[in-house]
Design a protein around this ligand. Structure first.
Ligand code: PHB
Length: 366
């Protein structure tokens, strides 16, 4: 075995067989049309990256209310489904696999992006000290209104509708986005959830919305094509919790009962360096999940550290974000030990083909 061979062993991930363990993380690129239809160039972008063991799409809103940034795609109307189907078909033609990430931003939105200019919805009327990107540029998020207890099932049904739409588009799997301070994460953590009904208070109550969404998505897809993304130590989007071990331990215990294909954990977010407390918490949460579906680690890995984690059983696969922006053939480059292209931060969010589909693969560079 060479140092990185562990990355290139196939992996059974629920119903899918992945040819390698170098996965493409979900990456917001803000190039969809204003109505949430993905632009045509996305078929080229994703199919260029079909060498990933599995592609996760950029976060994709389940409903108009679930949108929080300009030019993010949706998966709730027929035009969006048709556009996603073209993308999925292109990835499959290039012999890849692609999972859609189901997203509702909750309070990380702005009235200018919401239907009828309404306030964004959240578990509680607690405004985040966070910014979003509107047509006027970076803007403080709006004050949200708390969802009524009786409204929560309507949001769960929006997840069902989007899960059905993702199935109609032909995706291989779906990921429920419960990380990074968006709606489900807002329910999970007590900094953003101050409810006094059955969805707030105890960890059992705060994990109820996640569990209801997951069980609904599983009804549509089957558990072996569903996974969840969590960020137990993340502070992005003004998130905090008084007892993350209990909160996320309870969440993981409930998810284990659903027999999911995978758990995808943001172990480090760009700009955050986990300390020893965070690292040991993540180790314990991994152990708590272990024995259930695949565990995908994300955040700040290179080929050597990813292979080391997999060889040690600390993860089954690793997802890469920024390296996949700049290296469409990242898996092949890691396999060969080839040099990597550097990502250009200026073209991460919004813009045109530049910084999107024009990074060269090795064959182009030769
Ligand atoms: C972002 O648009 O900045 C963004 C979206 C989804 C995430 C994280 C960041 O999970």
């Amino acid at each position: 075995m060479t140092a990185t061979d562990a990355l290139f062993q196939p992996l059974e991930l629920g119903a899918l067989t992945l040819p390698n363990r170098v996965l493409m993380a979900p990456l917001t690129r803000n190039r969809a049309h204003d109505d949430g239809t993905p632009w045509d160039e996305a078929a080229k972008y994703y199919s260029q990256r079909a060498g990933a063991g599995l592609i996760f799409t950029e976060a994709t809103q389940i409903s108009p209310e679930g949108k929080g940034y300009i030019k993010t795609p949706g998966i709730h109307d027929l035009q969006q489904i048709a556009a996603w189907k073209r993308i999925v078909d292109a990835v499959h033609a290039a012999r890849g696999r692609i999972a859609l990430q189901l997203w509702h931003v909750g309070r990380i939105s702005h009235t200018s992006l919401q239907p009828d200019g309404q306030a964004p919805v959240a578990p509680s009327a607690v405004r985040a000290n966070a910014k979003t990107f509107t047509h006027d540029g970076p803007t403080d998020v709006s004050a949200p209104r708390a969802l009524e207890t009786g409204e929560i099932q309507r949001v769960v049904q929006d997840y069902r509708h989007a899960a059905e739409a993702a199935k109609a588009a032909g995706f291989d799997a779906v990921e429920v986005h419960a990380a990074n301070g968006y709606l489900i994460d807002q329910f999970l953590r007590d900094g953003s959830n101050q409810r006094t009904d059955g969805y707030g208070g105890s960890a059992d109550n705060r994990t109820r919305f996640l569990d209801e969404v997951v069980s609904t998505v599983v009804e549509v897809w089957g558990a072996d094509r569903v996974g969840v993304r969590l960020s137990p130590t993340g502070a992005f989007n003004d998130m905090h919790d008084s007892d993350p071990e209990t909160t996320f331990g309870t969440a993981i215990d409930k998810l284990k009962r659903r027999d999911l294909a995978f758990l995808h954990v943001v172990e480090a977010f760009p700009g955050e360096t986990p300390g020893d407390t965070e690292k040991s918490l993540l180790d314990r949460l991994h152990a708590r999940w272990n024995g259930s579906g695949a565990y995908i680690a994300n955040g700040g890995f290179d080929a050597a550290s990813a292979a080391d984690w997999i060889a040690r059983g600390r993860a089954d696969a690793v997802s890469f974000g920024r390296p996949f922006i700049a290296n469409p053939d990242l898996a092949e480059r890691l396999r060969r030990g080839a040099p990597l292209n550097e990502p250009d931060h200026e073209t991460f969010y919004g813009g045109d083909q530049r910084g999107y589909t024009d990074y060269p693969a090795l064959a182009d560079a030769a």
